[in-house]
Design a protein around this ligand. Structure first.
Ligand SMILES: [Zn+2]
Length: 403
């Protein structure tokens, strides 16, 4: 099994990789995406699986009759963020094929259909919306909204699909497909250090934290950086700076995370006091009440400082995703299959599994990431842990599909 894991990893490694950065640029419906899709097809065919691409561009490789129902499905995605790492997504797909190899080596016989899936456009790197393939399938993204998506060059999602040889007219909800799935288990590299800190190779997801994005507009008064006395200024940069520090403090107090990762300044001149500073806050917490508390406290701190600075503040919530609690029965079943002492952990990152969990029983396995770095060329999981992940996934699939 570890040999097949190696071979798959080696063949996938060069696809969509930038020589300049060492990171991956596997964006939806590009040449790199087509290369990954061909790779998936070849892996599936080499294992005598039936490959199909659904109406939303997700690839499925079937062992057994897809129409029989109650299928056990595993897999993840092969696309990447800009200059992403090798593991986020591909580890789940490679591990799925490797787990099947392991089960065949064990002589397992399947009582339920098994499918390996590669969800399209999970990262949303090109069109700005994550999990497009699974959102369309589950009906959480309508065809009309999907048609409005545009990339940085103004190319629409349907145009991009068509250029890649797919029929964009067919996209939309696929309840019949979801009705055939009895359980979906996504293996994913951990995007934090919880497993490293607990000393475990593999963990089980409890929930995906609720998260939201808020835009803070700080409006002050543009003026000359050389001639305006400090006491006469209405400088929104000061208010913004205090707000960034407050976000850090409040998140730490609540055990949450809060980040100002994007900022725009007007007029954006070296020798001008800004008239406007616009900052975007991303915040996530284990539960909604905590998240509300954190964001309310950050806003309060921002308003207090704005009053001092003579600055106007407007706060707009731009997006919000409620908590996703993975099904307890499947989670407990998986923990039992794995011996009962696997750590159960929450995550602040979104996944196709989170989207699917609204429609089918869904679970996730995480594989240790010693540095916690993700969405970067430095993202890494040691080989021993990857192999442990494959064996755990094989055990889970065997427990669910073979008994
Ligand atoms: Zn991912």
């Amino acid at each position: 099994m570890s040999q097949s894991f190696h071979a798959m990893w080696a063949s996938l490694r060069p696809l969509g990789r930038s020589d300049a950065s060492g990171g991956y640029r596997r964006y939806a419906w590009t040449g790199a995406d087509a290369d990954c899709r061909l790779w998936f097809r070849m892996q599936a065919e080499a294992r005598r699986l039936d490959v199909e691409t659904d109406r939303n561009g997700n690839q499925w490789a079937w062992l057994g009759d897809p129409a029989a129902g109650d299928a056990v499905v595993t897999g993840s995605h092969l696309d990447s963020v800009p200059d992403g790492g090798a593991f986020d997504g591909p580890l789940g797909v490679v591990s799925a094929f490797a787990a099947l190899d392991e089960l065949r080596a064990r002589g397992a016989s399947f009582k339920r259909p098994l499918a390996i899936v590669n969800f399209g456009d999970e990262e949303g790197a090109r069109f700005g919306l994550a999990c497009v393939g699974s959102r369309l399938t589950s009906g959480q993204l309508t065809k009309e909204k999907a048609y409005e998506l545009r990339d940085a060059d103004g190319i629409s999602l349907p145009q991009a699909m068509e250029a890649a040889g797919y029929d964009p007219d067919a996209i939309g909800p696929d309840p019949e497909r979801l009705a055939r799935i009895g359980a979906f288990v996504e293996l994913h590299v951990e995007q934090g250090r919880a497993l490293d800190l607990s000393g475990d190779s593999v963990g089980i997801a409890s929930a995906i934290w609720p998260h939201g994005r808020w835009r803070f507009d700080f409006r002050g008064e543009a003026n000359h950086a050389g001639t305006t006395r400090l006491v006469d200024r209405h400088d929104p940069m000061l208010t913004y700076a205090e707000t960034v520090l407050a976000a850090r403090t409040e998140a730490a107090l609540a055990g949450a995370v809060a980040t100002f990762g994007k900022v725009a300044v007007e007029p954006n001149g070296v020798n001008a006091i800004p008239s406007l500073v616009r900052g975007w806050l991303d915040s996530r917490a284990a539960d909604q009440a905590t998240l509300d508390t954190v964001v309310t406290a950050i806003e309060k701190a921002a308003r207090e400082r704005a009053d001092k600075d003579g600055v106007d503040l407007a706060v707009v919530r731009e997006s919000f995703t409620p908590v996703v609690e993975f099904e307890h029965a499947l989670r407990d079943e998986i923990n039992r299959i794995l011996g009962g002492s696997v750590p159960v952990l929450g995550t602040g990152a979104g996944h196709d599994a989170g989207i699917l969990s609204a429609s089918v029983p869904t679970a996730m396995l995480f594989v240790r990431n010693p540095t916690g770095v993700s969405h970067s060329p430095l993202e890494f999981a040691p080989e021993d842990d990857c192999v442990a992940g494959v064996l755990a996934l094989a055990d889970v699939l065997e427990g669910l599909a073979c008994h």
